[in-house]
Structure formats: C-alpha cells, structure tokens
Design a protein around this ligand. Structure first.
Ligand code: SF4
Length: 390
C-alpha cells in the first residue's frame, strides 16, 4: 500500500498524525534540519515519537536536510548514530556529505530531499547507485514526467500531495536571506514571497488597493491519488511541520480516507474529501506542476492572508460521565451546534445544552483561548478528537 507521510512539528503533532492515519511522519531534530524555527525534537522526544509511531506500525523520518557550510559539520556522525539508536527509520538529506556519513556509519534509510531537485531518471539512479533508498521528487515534475521516470527506474519515489509550495526551486531562493537575513537553505525561510508588496510600474503604483504577493498557492493533488497508486509511487507527502494539530488531523484524515476508498472501490468521492480538507486549509490551493508549468491559477498574486479556521473551537482532553473535557480555542456559546471530528468515526454533531467551568458553575459563552470547560455530549468522545462549530 502507498505510504501517507505527514509532517509533525512536535510530539503532540506526531501522535495526532499517526492516530489520524499517517503511515509515516517526518520530523526535525535540533540539528542539521531545515525549519529550524519549528519547535524541533530533542533526542528524547525522537525516541518517544519512534516508540509511539512503531506501536501503530508507522515510521519516523528525520530531516537532516540543511545545505551545510564548514561550520555546520561538527558532530554529524555522532548525531546520526544517536538517531539510529532512538529507532528512527530514515533520514531525509540534501547534502552528499550527510548522505555519505549516514550510509557509512549507520543502517538508517537515506532519502534524498526535494532540496536536491531530483527531476530526471539519471539523477535518481545516481542516488540509488550510491545507496540511497528513496528520492523525494522535485515538486516541479509534471505527472507525465513522473510516469516516464517511474517506467525507467525501480527506485522508491516520494511525491508531494498537499501543502505549501515554494515560488523558487524548492528553497533555492535568496529572497528570505535578502529581506530578513534568514537563510532558506539553513532552516530560516521567512516566507518573504508571501509578504504584502506594492506593484510599481515606473513611478506609478498599480496595485489598486490590493497588496501584491509573489507566493504560489498551496498544493492539493487529491485528484491524482489514482495516478500515484496505479504508477507504484512509494509515498505521498503532506507538507507543513509548522501547521496546527487541527490542520494536520484534518488533512491527514481526508487523504487517509481517500486512499483507502480508492484501494477498496477503485473510485474516490473527491467532493467529500475536498470539503473535509477545506475545514482546515486556509490558503488557496492548486495542482502545482502536475499538469505542466503553472499558470495564473497556481499563483497567489493577491495575498488573501492566512486566517485560521473559525470553525475549529477546541480540543477534547477527556470524557467523563456524559461530559467532554475540552480546551477552548475559539469563541462559541450555549445553543451553538458543535461537530466532533475523530480519527475513525464519521462526523457527529449536537446542540450544546450545558457548559460548566471546572468549578462546575454554568457558563454561557466560551471566549477565552486555552480555558478548560466541560460540555454535556450525547455520545462518548476521546482525547485527540477535535471540536468544530457548525
Ligand atoms: S521566501 Fe518563498 S520562494 Fe523563497 S524559499 Fe521561502 S517559500 Fe521559497
């Protein structure tokens, strides 16, 4: 079965990704990883994450994908050996030096990062020849090219299926370095392409009240799942280690259900899963490069901002005697209708009849983020379920 690979910026996100259906997660350690600003994993966290994932037959991949300079090399061998001891299944790297060190001193699977922009079969076979197990294809490869590559190599191939795109060749960009002194290839991308800009022609501002952005739309390749499965692709990657737990649960679960449906019925209810994804996706999406070079519909010329979902109102912490214990994330009131989103169940909803605070006093309005409340529910719920307002 094709692997569904999910991002995890911390231990809680790792657990949620696995519970909501990921076959593997990718995480960043404290060293040698891009996204250095994510709340990256300590070695203890990595060990705990591996133990948890392995209990559910899921794998853990650790990113070691910086483009290292001389002063980034110290301690690499020891770090890779520590990862192996923690139970890590694979590392994702872009540097030949890091690949070579892992292949020489550990039994970790080596996956070639998309940072290497592998877009042709000769490059892929080179990585195979030196001992790498998998290539994460460049996001700039079309579906036609992907099929051609697949027909010419038996290398494990991972492709992106959902998440943020880079306007440059996957991180090969100096915009962030230029605008904010943060190196995109050493984990510091400030997403300067998504900032608000004025558009000037000569000395005339022509953006007419709207700000202009240089960003790409996010990728959503839901409709290509049959092509990926039928062409024996190894893994489908969701991007976004910085995204929220609600986003990860929602997107992972939609793809999990869509993939399972295709294996079972050879068909997918795209509308249903697209609707599910949109409950958490807060940026416009497109099909990226899968249909060839992107056109205007793949860019985000006008920046619409990234408002978090207002429907998502809380996390279930526990269930006791007909009440769910819930951490509030967004505003809701008594008489609202809430929807419970769980890993395995279909969506369930109910009208709120009673809210209590932890002193068992009645509450009418919940508007304090992170406040813990008890809400009467007509069915049982579980920790790691999410609550949305309909
Ligand atoms: S600033 Fe934008 S284009 Fe540049 S590396 Fe970051 S995401 Fe890519």
């Amino acid at each position: 079965m094709i692997e569904l690979l999910a991002p995890a910026g911390n231990l809680e996100k790792l657990k949620i990704a696995v519970l909501y259906g990921a076959n593997a997660v990718f995480i960043g350690g404290k060293e040698f990883s891009l996204r250095s600003r994510a709340s990256n994993f300590t070695l203890e966290d990595i060990k705990e994450g591996c133990d948890f994932a392995h209990k559910f037959n899921a794998k853990v991949h650790v990113t070691t994908n910086i483009i290292p300079h001389n002063n980034n090399l110290e301690g690499l061998k020891e770090y890779l050996i520590s990862l192996e001891k923690c139970g890590v299944d694979a590392i994702i790297c872009a540097s030949l030096y890091i690949m070579n060190t892992a292949l020489k001193y550990t039994n970790l699977e080596v996956h070639v990062s998309t940072q290497d922009s592998a877009a042709n079969v000769e490059a892929i076979n080179f990585y195979k020849q030196i001992g790498c197990k998998r290539v994460v294809l460049a996001r700039e490869v079309s579906l036609t090219e992907l099929k051609d590559i697949r027909s010419k190599t038996d290398m494990d191939i991972e492709v992106f299926i959902h998440g943020g795109m880079c306007s440059s060749y996957s991180g090969r960009c100096m915009l962030s370095n230029e605008m904010s002194n943060r190196d995109a290839n050493r984990g510091g991308c400030a997403h300067s392409c998504r900032w608000n800009y004025d558009l000037i022609n000569g000395d005339k501002k022509i953006n007419d009240g709207n700000y202009f952005s240089l960003a790409s739309r996010d990728l959503c390749a839901l409709k290509y799942i049959p092509d990926f499965i039928d062409n024996n692709i190894t893994s489908l990657k969701i991007e976004g280690r910085m995204k929220s737990t609600h986003y990860i649960a929602t997107v992972v679960n939609a793809y999990r259900r869509a993939i399972d449906e295709y294996y079972k019925y050879k068909t997918i209810d795209y509308e249903k899963y697209d609707y599910m994804i949109k409950k958490a996706e807060n940026r416009l999406t497109s099909i990226g490069f899968y249909n060839g070079d992107p056109g205007v519909n793949e860019h985000l010329y006008i920046n619409f901002g990234e408002e978090p979902s207002q429907e998502y109102v809380g996390d279930v912490l526990d269930y006791m005697d007909g009440y769910m214990i819930m951490e509030v994330k967004n505003y809701f009131t008594i008489d609202d209708t809430l929807e419970i989103f769980s890993p395995k169940e279909e969506l369930r909803n109910f009208k709120i009849t009673e809210i209590l605070n932890m002193d068992n006093e009645k509450v009418l309005v919940c508007n304090h983020p992170n406040e813990i409340v008890k809400i009467k529910v007509p069915f049982s719920v579980l920790k790691y379920d999410f609550v949305r307002k309909l």
